[in-house]
Design a protein. Structure first.
Length: 120
């Protein structure tokens, strides 16, 4: 059987997949509810986009573990990965590092930014 994305699976949008925790319409079984994540400022909007595209890329990565020759899925994985990388660069240029990591200056810049409860 030649299972692949185009034949047997209907993908939902990145935002819908993120809110419900599953990108594949034919295997979605709601547990209790579908989240409706909302943001209140540009920084949170951009971070939410990073999270959504990271989730979508991870979903496609898991799918490709089962169907590694699905060309359409490979294309979507590459598209989502490129978008999340672009969004991370945009976020970091505006707001600072998104992930902790080795910094050339070792001065832990992230500690200098406001904590979530200080942004109110």
């Amino acid at each position: 059987m030649n299972d692949n994305l185009s034949m047997n699976n209907k993908l939902v949008s990145v935002s819908e997949g993120f809110n419900r925790g599953n990108m594949f319409d034919n295997i979605f079984d709601p547990y209790k509810y579908i989240a409706d994540v909302k943001t209140s400022d540009p920084r949170s909007d951009l971070l939410l986009k990073v999270q959504m595209y990271s989730f979508a890329a991870h979903e496609m990565n898991l799918y490709l573990d089962l169907y590694p020759n699905d060309i359409q899925a490979i294309g979507l994985y590459n598209q989502y990965t490129e978008e999340v990388n672009r969004l991370i660069v945009e976020y970091e240029s505006k707001y600072g590092k998104i992930c902790l990591g080795i910094n050339e200056s070792y001065n832990w810049e992230w500690i200098k930014s406001p904590w979530p409860w200080e942004r109110i």
